[in-house]
Design a protein around this ligand. Structure first.
Ligand code: NI
Length: 135
């Protein structure tokens, strides 16, 4: 089994806010991440595909194809967007790194037909990242 990774970066803004909670509760849980007008991050996304080497090509998945799939299905929808308002797959979801990673997984899962999607890693800062493996 081999693991092939495509890395992409995108810039987006978000606000962590649960509209079912009071302003005070939101502030308590999310602190400055709940500031009314949001804030931004330079996210780093790693999409990892696992599989065996195709003897015809020597690839698990052609990284040019993986790049195209990730850009088309994810980056276009999140880069320079406000994730609370502009990104369909995050509608009515609190855009934490956790929820964004799950959303990205769901956007990509069916699109990857060589190998299979193994992991979505999303770095929100240099020191904080989440990883989702679909279960
Ligand atoms: Ni944030």
């Amino acid at each position: 089994m081999l693991y092939v990774t495509r890395r992409e970066v995108f810039s987006a803004s978000h606000r962590l806010f649960n509209k079912q909670l009071s302003d005070a509760e939101n502030e308590e849980i999310f602190d400055k991440c709940s500031n009314p007008h949001g804030h931004g991050h330079n996210y780093v996304l790693e999409v990892i595909v696992s599989g065996e080497i195709n003897p015809k090509t020597g690839y698990v998945i052609d990284l040019k194809k993986l790049k195209r799939i990730v850009r088309e299905n994810v980056i276009k929808k999140v880069d320079h967007k406000h994730l609370n308002y502009d990104t369909g797959f995050l509608k009515n979801i609190i855009p934490t790194a956790e929820n964004i990673a799950v959303g990205i997984w769901n956007e990509l899962y069916d699109k990857i037909t060589e190998g299979r999607l193994f992991s979505v890693k999303l770095y929100e800062t240099e020191n904080n990242y989440v990883e989702y493996r679909g279960e």
